[in-house]
Design a protein around this ligand. Sequence first.
Ligand code: AMP
Length: 205
Amino acid sequence: MLQQCLGVPHISTGDMLRERIRKGAEAGSDVAATMHAGALVSDAVVNKMVEERLRQPDAANGFILDGYPRTIDQAEHLCRWFDQGGIHEVVIHLAVDYNVIIARLTGRRQCPHCGTLYNIVSHPPKQDELCDLDGHRLAIRDDDREEVIRGRLDAYGRQTRPVLEFFRSAGREVHEIEAENHPPEKIAQKICQTLESHDRTENRR
Ligand code: AMP
């Protein structure tokens, strides 16, 4: 939804890492084991992967970073890169209660073929367990099992939450959006409105 409204590519480090594992690019490395345990992959691996991706021509006019930065080291790395390139970022913090996150993730299903996401409660497929677009049987992501989700939330609290404070205290632009009681369409709309008003302010400068 955001990609459509903003017209820039969606860059998800989780998707990129899963794709590398699928293609066998991580054979023998501990990236897959780390992800299965719900822990964070090393900063060096992720920083390099993102830098390479942001150099691609389709990212020249902006991009949506999803799932990155997740540690202070990643945030510092990214800010240095942005500052050198004269890129101005806007940080969107989606505020959702832990129990709601657990309920959403345990209900999440994904088409292994085209990647479309469903939720058995809030956005079920038309036919039980089958993708609406290509009929493939939907799958549960390895790290969407409840015990792994708790590990991911623990990593969030220890390593990622401080990133928010890092951006705030560095005087960077941060917007908090309440994302608990609205459907995805409404949340996407709120994010787009926030970014549009940011663009208007920038253009007046
Ligand atoms: P996600 O799809 O964003 O929920 O990410 C799934 C998993 O990929 C995470 O639990 C981590 O193991 C790994 N991962 C994704 N992004 C990062 C990142 N920025 N830093 C470290 N690990 C990451």
